[in-house]
Ligand binder design. Structure first.
Ligand code: DLL
Length: 433
């Protein structure tokens, strides 16, 4: 179902007119209200009056994560603090956190983004949404909560963790839709066997999953194990949280809520725009945000804009499933590798997508050494791979064909690698570079 056809199916030129009006308004406002932006604009030699069409956005300076860290906690506020009704913070484990502060109007937009998201996954007010994203400063839990409230669905605000209870409540409350990270959906499926719960007998029919990179193969695996449809959802704390872009029934990329958040795709090295359909870094301007508006925020997420019309009828354009982040991309022996490629390759081989990659650099040869731990069970051995050595070779050569580098493969017992209730962390990079 389309939650807001008026906005989601807008005619392109009407949408661009709206985007421009909103951008213009925003630029004038932040120049007056936020000293940080006034300084940045002045340094770049650009005035709000220089913005005369949408394409002029490229005259504006970028905002980066370090700008947000340096202005912690309230340096980016564009309204008096009395107007702020909720705050959230990034889940990052390193450095000063970044803050997102919302006015009542911002909460409305956020709820709208998530009502669109849930609706695109088939939810209506008749559904029961079990929200297994962490509640608190992280935007996942509260964001989906507000979205489900907006559509008047029944919310089970369980937060992440407590897996046995998650599964029991799905049965008891008749949960039809759940939300969490893809890693946690996998983990719940694995644990259901221990608790003797048959996922296929649960009333669940869909899940909205996101907050970390995951592959098409992992989607297939989750869908098969749960007997549901799994929808990708994207967002980040700085740009409000989840619901910035969401998948529809066609499951072919995520519709970007362009009427509220304006996307650009740029070459991450030069900062220059790439053509539609070309991969690059997603840069977002929050054209309706009041609390902590961002001008040309460098997300570091890699994707591309899909311009072909979608069969669902929405006209807001889609972004391709995220490839990863410029800062998560590993350069192993000179080759660029995204962790999601490893996950994809493992599932291709019929293995679990839980892995651990340890990277070190030899003090003797100065070359990167990469050890990939993979879980294998007895049924992983097929006719060709009778022995452990044969299986190791098979995995190593498949990885080589997919990633272009040779990894040392370590086979480990089933369920011996870490599992995650929130975002997964599967790479340990011990190189001192
Ligand atoms: O993860 C917001 C969120 C919550 C999104 C729930 C979706 C669902 P942060 O903790 O600030 O916010 O992390 C944002 O996570 O820049 C991406 O690198 C990554 N990310 C988020 N969604 C996806 C996705 C939330 N669907 C960072 N696919 C972003 C790939 C994702 N990566």
């Amino acid at each position: 179902m389309i939650w807001n056809p008026e906005k989601e199916c807008m005619n392109r030129s009407a949408l661009e007119t709206l985007q421009f009006a909103r951008l213009k308004n925003l630029v004038e406002h932040v120049y007056r209200a936020v000293p940080f932006y006034k300084n940045k604009f002045d340094e770049a030699g650009v005035k709000p009056s220089d913005i005369t069409c949408l394409a002029d956005i490229k005259k504006l300076p970028f905002t980066t994560k370090s700008d947000l860290r340096e202005t912690y906690p309230y340096g980016m506020l564009a309204v008096p603090q009395s107007e702020i009704v909720e705050v959230h913070m990034s889940s990052g484990t390193t450095g000063t956190p970044v803050v997102d502060a919302y006015t009542e109007h911002d909460m409305d937009d956020w709820s709208e983004g998530l009502a669109r998201t849930l609706s695109a996954a088939g939810a209506t007010h008749n559904d029961t949404v079990q929200n297994a994203f962490g509640y608190g400063l992280f935007t996942g839990g509260m964001g989906f909560h507000h979205g489900a409230r907006r559509m008047k669905a029944t919310i089970v605000p369980i937060s992440s963790g407590n897996t046995q209870k998650q599964l029991t409540l799905m049965r008891d409350f008749g949960t039809t839709i759940f939300t969490c990270t893809p890693s946690y959906a996998m983990y719940m499926a694995e644990q259901s066997k221990t608790y003797g719960i048959d996922l296929k007998k649960l009333p669940v029919r869909a899940a909205c999953l996101g907050a970390e990179p995951w592959s098409e193969n992992m989607r297939k695996q989750i869908e098969a194990e749960w007997g549901i449809k799994a929808y990708d959802v994207y967002g980040l704390t700085e740009i409000t949280g989840p619901g910035v872009a969401f998948e529809c029934d066609a499951q072919g990329g995520m519709h970007f809520n362009e009427d509220m958040w304006f996307p650009e795709i740029l070459n991450p090295e030069t900062g220059e725009p790439v053509k539609d359909g070309e991969k690059g870094e997603l840069v977002v301007t929050t054209i309706t945000k009041e609390g902590t508006p961002l001008i040309r925020y460098r997300t570091r997420d890699i994707t591309y804009i899909m311009t072909e019309p979608c069969s669902c009828g929405r006209t807001i354009r889609r972004i391709h499933r995220l490839y990863g982040r410029t800062d998560d991309m590993l350069i192993l022996r000179g080759v660029n590798v995204f962790p999601s490629q490893i996950e994809n390759a493992l599932v291709d081989l019929g293995l679990r997508p839980d892995y651990l990659l340890k990277v070190t650099r030899s003090e003797v040869t100065h070359l990167d050494e990469c050890e990939l731990s993979v879980e294998v069970s007895v049924d992983t051995f097929d006719d060709e791979t009778k022995g452990l050595e044969a299986l190791r070779n098979k995995i190593a050569s498949y990885m080589k064909s997919k990633l272009g580098i040779m990894l040392k493969i370590k086979l480990v017992e089933p369920q011996s690698l870490p599992r995650f209730e929130g975002k997964a962390k599967r790479v340990i990079d011990n190189r001192k570079i």
